[in-house]
Design a protein around this ligand. Structure first.
Ligand SMILES: [Zn+2]
Length: 533
């Protein structure tokens, strides 16, 4: 056999969790041709991988690059971590399906700056635009329950009529037929949060019939995190659908430690059902700043919310509830404004606050932090994003090594210097995968190397039902990462997030060398991936 590439003498960690073994990996066109002793085999290119790990390209099961790839497909922050596939469409808010009447509101609820033509209506049309966009890595897309609900019935806080529920089911069928890998929810975000459990079960049955899975940003990750996991597992049982709990955590000091209870529920359910979760190796999350605004103020969509914040009659009640909570606010936790750092500030006038905590910015202006936060949301038209330090390190250390976990960055693909390289993002977009090796495998010794790789490759590939990806096997697609297990580490910090990870030498996408000893290829060969038939 003549190869295009032979990766020589690396420790082959195949993605199944099996112990690594030293071998050569031969690639022919887009596939793995052979694994074994290929020292004398003819090949166009030989990569010397001695003392390096050769693994399947990492799959980021929880990513938010729905739109950024339409603006800049180089995806450098992810490629340089060894990632070859992004799962987008998480947390319920996807750019499609979209109805013309709610297009502006949907755009404003998407996290961070908006890119792309927004000419699409159906999920298929959106995927067409994504397919046509040149991109360095593969994408598998979930369809968002929030988008489906908005397209069928707007942003209202009410239950669907029978006709509206039928419309939601039709939109779900359309998305699954077009190639969605499953459905996501964002049950803290309007309009998704207005949907009850029965609605989620009804739509999940549709998704399940197509072999898709249910990825849930749950109704509460704070005071009600235990009840929220119960709801999620109930959807899984009653709709007979595989469950993926998104970015699992217990937010707010008063809730730390509750992950031991939730994990007990997950572990028990996993005995009889496909239940897994994703997690990132940081104690801070990131979201729209307006997530700290009470749910009642979001009714009717972002324009209605902004109007309430501007209304001198209503604003004091918003302020009060942000400090004290409301009885129906599932995701409420007591906010310490020192823990809320501004990640993206849209308005030029306030841009200087980027990277500061709301507390620090308010102090400089001798203002009340809650009041300042509301002004920013209004000024930015709901585009302000935050990094919120709300998790316990012990909780992350407890959950991440569990057999049901996968690694998901919850981040986006950034390329510094390009249109997507702005803001002060959470460092997870640059460092998630290398950080798992640096902190959990090397420093803390909480995870075997092979298990870490499995959580990033074979395990998510199986959940997504990808065709011959996620493992290194003859005949499988050649998505491969080659890294130094003693040197791989994240460099991005909360202070300086736009810093690439280190220790990843080569990244191969469909047999094409996309990262070659630090140099990025200009050929972008990523595809939109769908479920195996
Ligand atoms: Zn989320």
């Amino acid at each position: 056999m003549t190869f295009d590439i032979v990766i020589e003498n690396g420790l082959v960690v195949d993605g199944t969790g099996a112990p690594g073994r030293v071998a050569d990996v031969g690639i022919v066109k887009a596939r793995i041709g052979a694994i074994g002793d290929l020292k004398s085999a003819p090949t166009a290119r030989r990569l010397a991988a001695t003392r390096c790990v050769v693994a399947p390209g990492f799959i980021d099961i929880h990513n938010h690059s729905d739109l950024v790839l339409l603006a800049d497909g180089r995806a450098e922050s992810m490629v340089r971590q060894g990632v070859t596939t992004l799962v987008t469409g998480n947390c319920g808010l996807t750019p499609a399906p979209v109805h013309d009447a709610v297009r502006d509101d949907l755009k404003k609820t998407m996290i961070g700056p908006s890119y792309g033509s927004w000419r699409w209506n159906t999920f298929a049309q959106f995927l067409e635009e994504l397919r046509a966009a040149p991109k360095a890595l593969h994408v598998a897309a979930l369809v968002g329950h929030g988008a489906i609900r908005a397209a069928a019935m707007g942003f209202g806080d009410r239950q669907p009529s029978p006709d509206e529920l039928e419309a939601m089911k039709r939109l779900t069928v359309e998305a699954m037929e077009a190639g969605a890998v499953g459905m996501s929810t964002g049950l803290v975000y309007p309009p998704g949060l207005y949907g009850d459990t029965e609605e989620l079960i009804a739509l999940s049955r549709v998704v399940s019939a197509f072999g898709g899975y249910y990825a849930s940003h749950m109704r509460g990750e704070a005071a009600t995190v235990v009840e929220s996991v119960r709801e999620c597992l109930r959807v899984g049982r009653e709709a007979a659908i595989p469950v993926q709990i998104s970015h699992h955590k217990a937010a707010g000091r008063e809730n730390w430690g509750k992950v031991r209870v939730t994990y007990g529920l997950i572990e028990a359910a996993a005995c009889t059902h496909d239940v897994t979760f994703d997690i990132y190796p940081y104690t801070a999350g990131s979201a729209n700043l307006s997530q700290l605004v009470p749910p009642w103020a979001h009714v009717g969509g972002p324009e209605a919310m902004l109007a309430r914040l501007r209304d001198p009659e209503l604003r004091p009640k918003v302020l009060h509830d942000m400090v004290h909570g409301t009885p129906d606010w599932n995701n409420f936790f007591r906010v310490d404004w020192r823990d809320i750092r501004l990640a993206y500030v849209h308005s030029q006038r306030d841009r200087w606050m980027q990277g500061l905590s709301v507390h620090a910015a308010a102090e400089q202006m001798s203002r009340d932090p809650v009041d300042l936060a509301l002004d920013l949301i209004v000024e930015d038209g709901n585009r302000t994003t935050m990094v919120n330090f709300v998790m316990a390190e012990e909780d992350v250390d407890f959950l991440l090594p569990k057999p049901e976990s996968m690694i998901g960055s919850d981040g986006r693909a950034f390329t510094p210097g390009g249109p997507t390289g702005e803001g002060h993002p959470h460092p997870r977009s640059y460092g998630t995968f290398p950080r798992v090796f640096a902190r959990f495998v090397r420093e803390k010794g909480l995870l075997r190397l092979e298990d870490a790789v499995h959580k990033m490759t074979g395990k998510p590939a199986k959940k997504l039902r990808l065709d011959r990806r996620g493992e290194l096997k003859e005949g499988y697609f050649a998505d491969v990462v080659i890294f130094d297990p003693t040197a791989i580490r994240d460099r991005a910090t909360f202070e300086e997030p736009h810093q690439f990870a280190e220790g990843v030498h080569w990244v191969i996408v469909d047999g094409h060398i996309t990262l070659d000893r630090g140099a990025l290829s200009e050929r972008l060969v990523g595809q939109v991936l769908t479920r195996a038939r």
